[in-house]
Unconditional design. Structure first.
Length: 398
């Protein structure tokens, strides 16, 4: 948005791991004073600007925010206070500087608390909320979040629901996810709320930076290629297979999957592993984190070492190499071989259909080239968000 000539400020909790000197943040002399849960809270402000000109504001509180790595968890008073203090501080910050802002865009369930509080304290401000995972809602005692009864569900409130009910526009990361959230069998308990949003709810895929993700210029891949000359992709595939001690075969499809142990999709992929790996194909998984899921993937490798390899950790160069080499990338959203439901049967069927499509060399090459020509850049996504912002401002003022 900043590169599109908008003035943008990013506001975040000041977590304990934030490197203040590295970000060249300046501590403001004036603190934000708020009230929550029947007591007063004092929050420090650290401000700066990144290399792209985006304004940075970090809100700190030694008691609840500096001790956190993220706004996570549900149920206990400490986590509820973290969410509530941050939301209240954001509300007060915007109230004090209202003339500087045209719209507020909140990301994720925790930031939904700020949207709800803003609607109550400063109803003139247009807002947009982006939902990443509707199963993560933030269920707490209302006393410690500063939220009203409109989002109450039994003895607790759903932070995400509060944001959905008060935002002027709600976005998700894809049209497919939007449709799934509105289905009656959605298991997050908010299907009716999502359906009632109607045209206020829209799926907008996040983009990529073509300066970083372009196989014609990417320094992390061993050979360059583009939609019109795919020869270099074969070399990328062969080199990755060799490096991972997989059989170097051009006649089998290579599936790449990237994610963390916390993502439901990676667990779903592991669950279908035995059925998938009975097919003549190869699967390379880059998995961040640790725990039981990695052990499950390692068991798959023990049984099919010539068909699957696992790479743990967050290796950016490897991520580029894997995507450049893969014939298919297994992702929650995308273009290509699609599946509608996050079930083992749907995912396995889609992967098997992909493997069958790969066998038709000419037709698959045409599909591959066509998909690569789709505009996935942030520039396209930015234009879509601009339209959403205009709609939110217009709806809010009408």
């Amino acid at each position: 948005m900043r590169r599109a000539d908008h003035s943008v400020d990013l506001v975040s909790p000041l977590y304990g791991h934030i490197d203040i000197p590295k970000l060249a943040l300046a501590r403001r002399l004036t603190k934000l004073e708020i009230e929550l849960g029947g007591r007063d809270w004092s929050c420090e402000l650290y401000t700066g600007r990144n290399h792209d000109g985006v304004g940075l504001t970090f809100i700190g509180n030694e008691e609840v925010l500096l001790s956190a790595d993220a706004l996570t968890g549900e149920g206990d008073q400490l986590n509820a206070s973290r969410v509530g203090v941050f939301a209240s501080a954001v509300t007060e910050l915007i109230r004090q500087n209202a003339s500087d802002y045209d719209i507020v865009h909140a990301h994720g369930w925790a930031a939904a608390a700020a949207i709800a509080q803003l609607r109550s304290a400063f109803p003139e401000m247009p807002t947009v909320l982006t939902v990443y995972d509707a199963s993560r809602q933030g269920r707490f005692d209302a006393t410690w979040t500063g939220l009203g009864d409109e989002a109450r569900d039994g003895d607790s409130v759903s932070v995400l629901k509060a944001g959905l009910l008060t935002a002027d526009r709600v976005t998700t990361l894809s049209p497919n996810y939007t449709h799934r959230l509105q289905r009656p069998d959605s298991n997050d308990g908010l299907a009716e709320v999502f359906r009632e949003l109607g045209p206020k709810l829209v799926g907008l895929r996040h983009g990529i930076d073509p300066a970083l993700w372009n196989p014609a210029t990417d320094g992390h891949v061993p050979a360059r290629f583009d939609p019109f000359d795919m020869d270099g992709k074969d070399k990328c595939k062969a080199e990755l297979q060799h490096d991972l001690t997989l059989p170097v075969r051009s006649d089998v499809p290579l599936f790449g999957a990237i994610g963390s142990v916390d993502e439901a999709g990676m667990a779903l992929l592991a669950k279908i592993g035995p059925d998938l790996l009975r097919n003549d194909l190869q699967l390379v998984v880059q998995l961040e984190g640790d725990g039981e899921l990695i052990a499950i993937y390692e068991e798959l490798w023990d049984q099919w070492p010539d068909r699957i390899q696992i790479k743990t950790g967050n290796d950016e160069a490897f991520r580029h190499a894997l995507i450049g080499a893969s014939d298919f990338v297994v992702a929650p959203t995308g273009s290509g071989i699609l599946y509608d439901e996050p079930t083992t049967l749907s995912l396995l069927s889609a992967l098997q259909r992909g493997a069958a499509a790969f066998a038709n060399t000419k037709a698959f090459g045409e599909v591959q080239s066509r998909v690569m020509r789709i505009d996935h850049s942030w520039e396209r996504t930015t234009r879509l968000y601009e339209r959403t912002y205009r709609e939110a401002i217009s709806a809010h003022s009408s």
